[in-house]
Write a protein that binds this ligand. Structure first.
Ligand code: 5CA
Length: 439
């Protein structure tokens, strides 16, 4: 993509409405634009990041054996009356009346709808286990939407729902998601800490939040330092094996949030040198809630003895749009965003220091074509701007690599390659610079 043609409305001044760094950087880099309170449009740069995050989430859900569906954003109130949540959900639910006077709502979550889909087509224990997920916009009329897309009213969530014949089956599904979440966040370059959690309005009796460390986070995290050293992607994770021992080993290490934190237990269980007391952002939340929805909604299957029993369910959410902000909170410096490779909107930013110079322009065009030919995503700053502006913009948007081409270097056959993370710069021949950028 040529920056001269790209819609990337950057802002120099710090937006006054933004209280936290991710919100400021997303506005300044032209990733998002507020439409109304807590509701945002995603502009090209932000949308690329959102899609990358979504794709990692999808791949790890699929790997765990879950199947993707797509349910609507607008739901009928009927099912919510049956589950008892239509009134219980309160003012956070956006209620809508259609032209026939029927009560509808913009879904804040999908337990009711998926249970209804399941029950009309599944009749026997032979048809379970099943895990169905979708990635869809949700609406929650938060009292105080804030921090940009981190606590929005409309936000993109991955929500997965598991159906099993009994508790043991449901626990297996829960464990699969537990592992899938650790893998998902690790692939995004994040350390996610699984924390015992309260279940809130979703209900149920087993729940973990996944929290990534960031100083501006809303949750307090207390855990053993070993959590932070664990290499999730280096583990051989076979979803057919019994994951219970792996997870038991993990959860044995103290990891609690605000609500569940007991300082006396923490001090007893964790030696002082291993105590991590930090703040973090909740990016995922998983729940086992048994028959809380299957009973009132009549999602029954025949067990091997021929009796009709309600299925055991769990639900598993990831804040896909929140992650875009959370990653920035976890990875930035004074100059801007530092994208982890896996979610970066482009792999490399090509900076032409002197767009008016024919030799520079020719060299950049060649590099641009070569990189694109190799399937590498390049943002080419071909604008007629001062070098300082180009450097500042490129640092602000945080692409992993910057390839800098100027007339003086070119005379020696050299270009400069800069790593955004850490800022290391190298003068290299064009060929060796290109080979460093190739996959
Ligand atoms: N049905 C369950 C799991 S599928 C559920 O709704 N869980 S939740 O309420 O915990 O939300 C799941 C994830 O969505 C959260 O961990 C968080 O990352 C994200 N999320 C929740 N509320 C918001 C919000 N207002 N803005 C942005 N992301 C949010």
């Amino acid at each position: 993509m040529r920056l001269s043609a790209y819609f990337m409305p950057t802002i120099k001044e710090t937006p006054s409405e933004a209280q936290i760094v991710s919100h400021r950087l997303m506005l300044r880099s032209g990733m998002i634009r507020q439409a109304s309170a807590g509701i945002y449009s995603w502009l090209p740069l932000g949308f690329r990041v959102l899609k990358n995050i979504e794709q990692i989430v999808r791949e790890e859900q699929d790997r765990s054996g879950a199947q993707e569906v797509l349910m609507p954003t607008i739901q009928s109130a009927d099912l919510w009356r049956q589950s008892g949540r239509y009134d219980a959900y309160g003012p956070e639910m956006l209620r809508i009346e259609d032209r026939h006077g029927r009560d509808m709502l913009y879904g804040p979550t999908n337990e009711e709808l998926i249970t209804d889909i399941f029950k009309t087509s599944v009749k026997s224990y032979r048809d379970v286990p099943k895990m169905l997920y979708h990635i869809q916009w949700k609406f929650r009329d938060e009292v105080r939407p804030r921090f940009g897309i981190m606590r929005g009213r409309e936000f993109l969530m991955k929500d997965n729902y598991s159906f099993d014949i009994d508790y043991e089956g449901a626990k297996r599904a829960y464990n699969k998601m537990f592992v899938a979440y650790l893998r998902t966040f690790a692939r995004m370059g994040l350390k996610a800490i699984p924390m015992e959690a309260d279940t809130g309005p979703i209900g149920g009796n087993l729940s973990h939040e996944f929290i990534i460390l960031a100083d501006t986070g809303e949750s307090a995290v207390y855990c053993h330092g070993d959590f932070l050293d664990f290499d999730v992607l280096g583990q051989d994770m076979d979803y057919e094996q019994d994951l219970e021992p792996v997870i038991a080993e993990w959860t044995a290490l103290y990891a609690r949030t605000d609500e569940k934190h007991d300082p006396a237990v923490f001090e007893k269980e964790v030696p002082e040198c291993n105590r991590v007391e930090r703040r973090g952002i909740e990016v995922g939340h998983i729940f086992y809630f048994g028959t809380k929805y299957s009973e009132p909604l009549g999602a029954l299957v025949a067990n091997p003895a021929g009796e009709q029993v309600p299925v055991h369910m769990g639900s598993y959410g990831i804040g896909v749009s929140r992650l875009a902000g959370a990653i920035i909170e976890a990875s930035h410096d004074d100059n801007g965003i530092i994208w982890p490779e896996a979610v970066a909107p482009f792999h490399v930013g090509l900076i032409n220091l002197k767009a008016a110079d024919p030799a520079c322009a020719k060299a950049c065009e060649d590099i641009y074509a070569t990189l694109r030919g190799a399937g590498i995503e390049v943002l080419y700053d071909d604008r007629d701007e001062r070098a300082g502006t180009k450097f500042a913009d490129m640092d602000l948007i945080g692409l992993p690599w910057q390839l800098i081409v100027g007339p003086r270097g070119l005379e020696k056959g050299q270009v400069e390659l800069k790593r955004r993370q850490g800022g290391a710069r190298e003068e290299l021949s064009l060929d060796s610079a290109l080979s460093k950028l190739m996959p």
